[in-house]
Write a protein that binds this ligand. Structure first.
Ligand code: VGL
Ligand code: ZN
Length: 186
């Protein structure tokens, strides 16, 4: 059983947001099409308190219940089976979707019979990477959909480094076209 995990496609990580990726919005139509290829689709949200030590490292972003923390307006969020929130405490945590505090993501997926997790969303260097590494650690077959993720591109070379690190850990790479082609075979 496969699941799609959509990481942090929120306004603050898209152009115009407070911690914007240059092309974060570009993943939205790709993800919307992918959603229909999966029987189970879950998403995570960076969901910070107003004050947190996390903001000593980052500009203030994704404060719970604000516009910046909402999903990108074009994202088909009504099709998500469940949304997991992370980074909800006053600690510098919550990079990985598996650190969600409303419900245990790994247990949820295992209960649903998921063995393969496809990852899409933002951002390649931080939350996509840590989520993918955790997925491997929890024993899931883990696949990142390369045209459905985007980076912050804050430091030269970090996106490439993140992909290398994921691959070394056993994360596989695919494209949305391949995901669709495979589904049509079954
Ligand atoms: C993220 C930095 C700080 C992310 C979240 O979603 O990649 N990056 N908080
Ligand atoms: Zn954050």
């Amino acid at each position: 059983m496969r699941a799609l995990l959509v990481v942090d496609v929120q306004n603050d990580f898209c152009p115009g947001g407070s911690l914007a990726t240059p092309k974060g919005h570009a993943v939205v139509p790709v993800i919307n099409k992918l959603i229909d290829e999966f029987d189970l689709v879950v998403a995570s949200k960076d969901w910070h308190p107003e004050d947190t030590v996390h903001f000593k490292i980052w500009p203030k972003h994704c404060v719970k219940n604000t516009k910046g923390a909402e999903f990108h307006p074009d994202l088909h969020e009504n099709k998500f089976d469940k949304v997991f929130v992370k980074g909800t405490r006053n600690v510098d945590d919550g990079y990985s979707s598996f650190e969600a505090t409303n419900e245990n993501l790994a247990e949820y997926l295992k209960k649903k019979g998921v063995d393969t997790v496809y990852i899409a969303g933002l951002t390649i260097e931080y939350c996509v990477k840590t989520t993918a590494l955790d997925a491997v650690r929890y024993g899931f077959r883990t696949i990142v959909i390369q045209d459905a993720v985007e980076g912050i591109y804050q430091h030269e070379g970090d996106v490439e480094k993140a992909f290398d690190e994921m691959k070394k850990a056993g994360v596989k790479m695919t494209t949305s076209a391949e995901v669709k082609a495979e589904k049509d075979l079954v």
